[in-house]
Ligand binder design. Structure first.
Ligand SMILES: Cc1cc2nc3c(=O)[nH]c(=O)nc-3n(C[C@H](O)[C@H](O)[C@H](O)COP(=O)(O)O)c2cc1C
Length: 184
């Protein structure tokens, strides 16, 4: 049984009714008691990244994001695809972190709420690898919530087979983090 773990979940969509956020909320609700998942609400507060501000004038929201990532044992990222790319808000958040020491070697689980979006997933994978995260690829999965109403989504996420996918991948991610932390 692993000790308490803190996972920080980042959604690439700022939409209130985001399906990617719904997927992260489902993971949050299914987490075992020793695992806390907090969903990031900072992406919409971040100014556009400016390297001039990194050294002495980091915005408070970027510092708050960096602090959450430092405190996290792992990150869960779920993002839509916009125009065959990574949404600007998510890329902007990653840009604020790119020269800092919070993100390298951080275990990351990449999930996705659509059967489409491979351009964004490939681009995000490349960005994350370039930032030296520890992408735990065997825990990546997608659940197709694209175009579903909130009621349909709820039904999909409550389906026992889908819940099993979420629980199994979360368990695998927790196990991977435990191995990584033990090996350190
Ligand atoms: C501006 C914009 C651009 C989009 N571009 C793409 C795209 O290139 N490929 C795709 O598969 N879906 C695209 N979509 C659809 C979204 O990726 C899809 O609706 C996604 O499920 C939305 O995620 P969310 O529910 O978490 O906000 C786009 C949506 C928007 C708003």
């Amino acid at each position: 049984m692993p000790g308490p773990l803190f996972l920080y979940a980042i959604c690439g969509s700022l939409r209130k009714a985001s399906s990617n956020r719904a997927l992260l909320e489902a993971l949050h609700d299914l987490a075992p008691p020793e695992v806390t998942i907090e969903i990031c609400d900072l992406l919409g507060d971040l100014p556009i990244f400016n390297p001039d501000r990194e050294a002495r004038d980091m915005p408070a929201s970027a510092l708050a994001l960096a602090a959450k990532i430092r405190a996290a044992d792992g990150l869960i990222i779920s993002s839509p695809e916009y125009a065959h790319g990574v949404p600007g808000g998510l890329k902007n958040a990653l840009d604020w972190l790119v020269s800092r020491d919070e993100i390298p070697h951080k275990p990351v689980m990449l999930v996705h709420a659509s059967h489409r979006g491979d351009f964004a997933l490939d681009a995000l994978t490349e960005v994350l690898k370039t930032m030296s995260v520890r992408l735990v690829e065997e825990t990546s999965f997608r659940i197709n919530l694209l175009g579903k109403t909130p009621e349909q989504r709820q039904a999909i996420l409550a389906d026992p087979e889908i819940r099993a996918i979420l629980v199994e991948n979360l368990q695998r991610f927790v196990q991977a983090i435990t191995w990584i932390e033990t090996a350190r």
